[in-house]
Design a protein around this ligand. Structure first.
Ligand SMILES: [Zn+2]
Ligand SMILES: [Zn+2]
Length: 174
């Protein structure tokens, strides 16, 4: 929660806020998330406009997760940007059923929904330990990064590959 009282509802007045807050629970996505309680560094500009307070800023967060290819733990950090207009409660149009509008609670801004949206949008759905992670061996599941020359004796001789396919075909018709 951020207090906007200093702005005094004077359009044009601005206030810079730098603050570190503990990360809320369940911030991020399944494969990559911000550890609960880890420091979130907020760098914000609050700006009073006619109908409310415009919040523009960035948040630096720590990330933990697993590589989508080899499942190795990942630790990373990222910075997300956001901007949102928080409307004064008494400026809301009561005839409009508009849940999309963020509203000030008294003089307070609740940044958490904003932070959640910004973080989730910024995260890759398939995080990788490194861009060219070779993943796991399809035969035995070994991590190919640890063992790049990894090979299997029983690899199918290409000359027989066609025959194997044929056998598979026959099997399918059983
Ligand atoms: Zn990996
Ligand atoms: Zn293998």
């Amino acid at each position: 929660m951020l207090d906007t009282r200093e702005l005094g509802r004077r359009p044009g007045s601005q206030h810079q806020v730098t603050r570190t807050v503990p990360a809320p629970a369940d911030l991020g996505i399944e494969v990559l998330r911000v550890p609960e309680g880890s420091p979130v560094e907020l760098d914000l500009r609050l700006e009073a406009v006619m109908e409310g307070v415009l919040v523009t800023g960035s948040a630096s967060v720590e990330l933990v997760g697993e590589c989508a290819r080899c499942l190795e733990p990942i630790t990373d950090a990222t910075e997300v940007d956001f901007q949102e207009l928080f409307v004064y409660e008494d400026q809301r149009n009561p005839s409009e059923e508009d849940d999309e509008v963020s509203t000030l609670a008294g003089d307070l801004v609740d940044l958490e929904p904003l932070l959640r949206d910004a973080v989730v949008l910024a995260l890759p759905f398939q995080p990788l330990c490194e861009d060219d992670c070779p993943g796991l061996c399809p035969e035995c599941g070994a991590r190919l990064k640890d063992d790049p020359d990894h090979a299997h004796e029983a690899a199918i001789d290409p000359r027989w590959a066609g025959l194997t396919g044929l056998q598979q075909d026959l099997h399918d018709h059983d």
